[in-house]
Design a protein around this ligand. Structure first.
Ligand code: PRT
Ligand code: ZN
Length: 289
């Protein structure tokens, strides 16, 4: 019987491609990443890749061509498919904003009443306008949205912005952020009932979460006067309690613990005040719950 594989749709070439593949690779999954092939099978994990345009990823997942996909939340919402967001992956984050030509006096969404707005995201934009009781005429374009006011087919635009440079280069100013997006992993609702493939997804997610957990933590090792250990334990917290090893000089101990990256500097400073010495900080490659 043919081995069941989980099928993942990944952007073939674009802003999401590299990072999507990096996430899979960080889970110890090997594959050839020859950009000319559209289909690929991992060599050491039951995973099959489909390399496609990002716009098509929600459709592929909805139509059962792929089981999961990595795509911008903007493409998912714009597609209109009701799919499951399995994980927010956090990368490729940007915003969808209204931008107007320099001379346009923007006073709020209401001033867009009756205006022509060019966008590649008509569904998301119209839901925001509707919620705000604004009726405008949307000009849907597939790309180069920024040039539409200059060529006279729109009064303003609604497009993705990350640094804002593209808008400036086209003489536009960003006046309103209306939506925020980053890359997400998606699946169909009810995919849980596909026992075998869903089981593979759970294995993949466990690996992803293990790698991700580790990224947010540091392994900390230091020496401490033995009588300060309770105070040190309160500072570092740790998964359970820190590991404490006696040193040859019995008035000192060596302490090992795991500290959240975002708390690291305050923990470090508090430990120094407590008399900790030789504080070693190491990255963690993988960490389970
Ligand atoms: O060929 P395919 O259809 O697969 O790719 P694509 O050209 O449609 O998409 P791609 O690769 O450009 O973007 C994929 C996803 O990356 C988007 O759907 C977003 O979720 C996310 N993302 C993150 C961005 C940006 N940042 C971004 N800055 N997508 C597009 N842009 C564009 C924006 O449209 C504008 O033209 O970059 C320009 C603005 O950039 P700044 O930095 O000048 O503001
Ligand atoms: Zn696209």
């Amino acid at each position: 019987m043919e081995e069941k594989r989980l099928r993942i749709a990944i952007q073939k070439s674009g802003r999401l491609s590299e990072k999507s593949l990096e996430i899979i690779r960080s889970c110890g999954i090997d594959f050839n990443s020859d950009s000319r092939v559209l289909r690929e099978v991992a060599s050491n994990f039951p995973l099959e890749f489909l390399f496609v345009r990002d716009d098509d990823i929600p459709t592929y997942v909805a139509d059962n061509v792929a089981d999961i996909g990595i795509v911008g939340r903007n493409e998912l919402d714009e597609s209109g498919y009701d799919l499951n967001v399995v994980r927010d992956l956090g990368f490729a984050s940007c915003r969808l904003s209204i931008a107007v030509p320099g001379e346009f006096e923007y006073t709020g969404l209401k001033c867009l009443e009756g205006k022509r707005i060019a966008t590649s995201y008509p569904r998301i934009l119209s839901s925001v306008l509707e919620r705000n009781g604004v009726s405008a005429s949307l000009v849907t374009v597939a790309g180069s949205v920024e040039i539409t006011p200059a060529v006279g087919i729109a009064d303003c635009i609604c497009d993705l912005v990350s640094t804002g440079t593209t808008l400036k280069m086209n003489g536009l100013k960003e006046v309103e952020e209306i939506y925020w997006t980053s890359a997400v992993m998606i699946s169909r609702h009810g995919f849980e009932s596909d026992g075998e493939r869903y089981g593979i997804l759970k294995r993949l997610l466990l690996r992803m979460d293990t790698v991700n957990n580790a990224k947010k933590k540091k392994y900390v090792l230091f020496n401490l006067p033995a009588d300060r250990i309770d105070e040190a334990a309160a500072i570092v917290g740790g998964m359970k309690s820190p590991t404490v090893t006696p040193l040859l000089d019995r008035s000192w101990v060596s302490v090992q613990s795991v500290v959240a990256e975002d708390r690291f500097w305050s923990v470090f400073e508090d430990l120094r005040v407590l008399g900790a010495e030789g504080i070693l900080v190491m990255p963690i490659e993988k960490m389970s719950d």
